[in-house]
Design a protein around this ligand. Structure first.
Ligand code: NAP
Length: 249
């Protein structure tokens, strides 16, 4: 029986990890996607799509499919599935690793305004500027819907749904992005403030350099607390090493 790894995915790192693991004939690799994106980039190996039905559903899935190790490689802001993973892994007795890319750090020349949530970001905006570039994803735009005097440019993979701010332009696109491309977007829409989650990683980082170059304030939403006490790897290599050290490999 091959050693079965379940990767909770939806991120670049999750796809990179799956691509690396499928090359090992002693492994069976399954990736799980939430099913939020209409046309997701599919990882290598087996893929299942859709929620498990809470921690109990995930624990049942782990048992039924004889999962030997679980890697939570979901986005740092996907706090619900990470909590479920911790609970389900403990219940099913399956070792769990959190693969978490480090957050971004500000550098000289940055004008960052850290906030704890999207509602806090919305509160901060009227004092910072009138033309806002929202890069926080399609979900949660409703937190900005009451800001009727501000112009919003919102970038997301799929079109957002109501409630939405009244003066909104949607840019359908997905990373990786380039510095030149980000500068062009900021200039074309005469953006005065950038809003981002502290997602970390290289694919969406050029917007931060672009904002620095144009002297724009950046509202940075801090990460939610991850479940405590889990082994954590900052990158794919760390996850591969953790898996290699599991008993039964
Ligand atoms: P979430 O709030 O943490 O999770 C909500 C529910 O969605 C979970 O309880 C689970 O449903 C289901 N779910 C989430 N991720 C799943 C996965 N990989 N496989 C199966 N079910 C999953 O999640 P979210 O913030 O909406 O993010 C959804 C997905 O998008 C994640 O996989 C994440 O990696 C990716 N993503 C999120 C963000 C972000 O900013 N939040 C950005 C980029 C990518 P059940 O309880 O029914 O199991």
């Amino acid at each position: 029986m091959p050693f079965h790894v379940l990767i909770l995915g939806g991120t670049t790192e999750a796809r990179q990890l799956a691509a690396e693991l499928v090359a090992d004939p002693d492994l069976r690799v399954t990736s799980s996607l939430a099913g939020r994106v209409a046309e997701p980039r599919l990882p290598a190996g087996e893929v299942r799509i859709g929620g498990f039905g809470g921690p109990a559903g995930l624990a049942a899935w782990l048992r039924e499919h004889r999962v030997d190790a679980l890697v939570d490689a979901t986005h740092p802001f996907a706090a619900g599935i990470s909590r479920n993973a911790a609970e389900a892994a403990a219940e099913a007795g399956v070792p769990l690793l959190a693969l978490r890319r480090p957050g971004w750090a500000s550098v000289a020349g940055d004008d960052w305004h850290p906030v704890g949530s999207l509602p806090e970001a919305a509160q901060a905006l009227p004092g910072l500027g009138r033309r806002i570039f929202l890069t926080t994803g399609r979900q949660g735009l409703g937190h900005f819907a009451h800001l009727r005097r501000l112009f919003f440019l919102a970038r997301s993979v799929d079109a957002p749904e109501a409630p939405l701010p009244p003066d909104l332009t949607v840019l359908l696109d997905r990373g990786p992005f380039t510095l030149d491309g980000e500068l062009a977007v900021l200039r074309e829409h005469r953006i005065e403030v950038l809003v981002t989650k502290d997602s970390g990683g290289a694919a969406t980082a050029p917007k931060l350099a672009a904002a620095r170059e144009l002297d724009l304030p950046v509202v940075v939403v801090r990460r939610p607390e991850p479940p405590a006490g889990l082994p954590t790897a900052p990158d794919v290599a760390g996850a591969v090493a953790w898996l290699a050290a599991r008993p039964g490999r």
